[in-house]
Design a protein. Structure first.
Length: 91
């Protein structure tokens, strides 16, 4: 009987993780676009009100934490898949 080891490229979990990495990379791109729009809106509000909007500040912080959790997942620093498979980060 000839028992060859299964090549690493066949391992189903790496394919599953690769799929989730693509999904999370797309989520990171969407979050980056939302962050940019929010930053422009915050700048406009500061020009009008002379102070930043506290709700946008808090939401921007949590969005940044979300992007950080995606970065940790994409760089193999964690195995926990970010939101929507875990809780949204709180600021």
């Amino acid at each position: 009987m000839h028992d060859d080891p299964v090549p690493a490229t066949y391992h189903p979990s790496i394919w599953r993780r690769s799929l989730w990495m693509l999904v999370m990379a797309l989520a990171w791109q969407v979050a980056s676009t939302v962050m940019f729009v929010m930053a422009v809106l915050q700048c406009l509000l500061i020009l009008l009100n002379r102070e930043p909007n506290p709700r946008l500040k808090a939401w921007g912080r949590s969005l940044g934490l979300y992007q950080s959790s995606i970065s940790l997942y994409l760089s193999f620093n964690t195995e926990e898949i970010p939101f929507p498979f875990s809780d949204w980060p709180t600021a």
